[in-house]
Design a protein around this ligand. Structure first.
Ligand SMILES: [Zn+2]
Length: 336
């Protein structure tokens, strides 16, 4: 019995990895193996784990250890990408490979254990999150985002890969979604079973004006500049305007309790094509008469800043506040 654990979005394994072969090898376990049947529970679990190529002895019950993944061998970097855990009473072993090309995850149960309930409730523990370390704090410092703002927004990191930022999406203090970003591979992914809501919702104070940006880092940049009534869309910009995208924008109606009170919504999406498409989609759904649009200032002679973080980095917090304050009514700005 081998199955996928369920708390994370799972990547397809590398095509060269013969997962089926390993699975078959495991499923073919002979039930007639008398010797094995007479073993104690933990030895039985050890056998099951070792049959699929995972080193059982290197683990300490109750703790997470890292070893070379038997499927991808750690990929190009050859790192110990397989996080392996045996629970305290040694009845279940779980693992996950943090090599993005691989992503192998699963669990095995000791004989006599029929089912283990994996909690679908998202939390710092189930998502394996910890406070940001120096490396990621420095990464944000280069983008002019301070440790104070990171803490205020409960930005965390992954226990199993300290290069992965975890943007926690909270609703009344509870984590309802989490978006991960690796600073080494630059890949983004989301927690499975997460609720798609606007990022930064808990920070919204009753007020007339709400700013909407296109990404978490832009939301943090606005916060840094003192623009606190700001949220980010959960999944960036679509490539083109489409009438059939109502499911994509369902987060707007889900967060309506916050948005419907605002008489002014300032759209500060990216200055590129998809960013403008997003602004159009948002304004259609929120009501053009209350939407305003920012103009991104010039970064240097030839180029414009494309988002809030670029303004913060190149021109400073005051300039970013000015961008928000000088937004124009959407319909006026987009009139021919
Ligand atoms: Zn792997």
């Amino acid at each position: 019995m081998i199955s996928q654990t369920s708390n994370y979005h799972r990547f397809q394994p590398h095509p060269h990895i013969n997962l089926h072969c390993l699975r078959r090898q495991f499923l073919l376990k002979s039930s007639a193996n008398v010797e094995e049947e007479t073993e104690t529970l933990d030895l039985n679990l050890k056998h099951k784990v070792e049959k699929i190529g995972i080193n059982f002895d290197s683990s300490t019950p109750g703790q997470y250890t890292h070893q070379i993944c038997p499927l991808c061998k750690g990929g190009q970097s050859k790192e110990r990408s397989l996080s392996f855990h045996v629970n305290q009473n040694e009845k279940v072993a779980i693992w996950r490979c943090f090599n993005f090309e691989c992503g192998w995850a699963g669990h095995v149960l000791a004989d006599g254990v029929n089912k283990v309930k994996f909690s679908k409730k998202l939390g710092e523990k189930t998502l394996r999150l910890e406070p940001l370390g120096d490396e990621l704090i420095n990464y944000f410092a280069e983008r002019m985002i301070s440790a104070e703002i990171l803490q205020k927004n409960a930005v965390m990191q992954m226990v199993d890969d300290k290069n992965v930022i975890a943007f926690t999406y909270r609703w009344k203090g509870e984590i309802v979604n989490c978006k991960f970003r690796s600073i080494t591979t630059r890949k983004f992914w989301q927690a499975k079973h997460g609720k798609r809501i606007l990022y930064g919702l808990d920070g919204i104070k009753e007020g007339n004006t709400i700013v909407i940006v296109e990404g978490e880092i832009d939301k943090l940049s606005m916060d840094e500049a003192g623009v606190v009534n700001c949220v980010s869309v959960p999944d960036g910009a679509p490539q083109q305007v489409s009438k059939k995208q109502d499911t994509r924008f369902k987060y707007l109606s889900d967060c309506n309790g916050y948005l419907d009170k605002a008489s002014r919504i300032i759209l500060a999406t990216d200055g590129d094509g998809p960013g403008q498409v997003l602004a159009e989609e948002l304004s259609c759904r929120l009501g053009k008469e209350r939407c305003w649009l920012v103009t991104w200032p010039k970064k240097d002679e030839g180029t414009h800043c494309k988002d809030a973080n670029e303004v913060l980095v190149h021109l400073g917090p005051e300039a970013l506040r000015h961008v928000v304050e000088t937004a124009e009514l959407y319909q006026v700005k987009n009139s021919p």
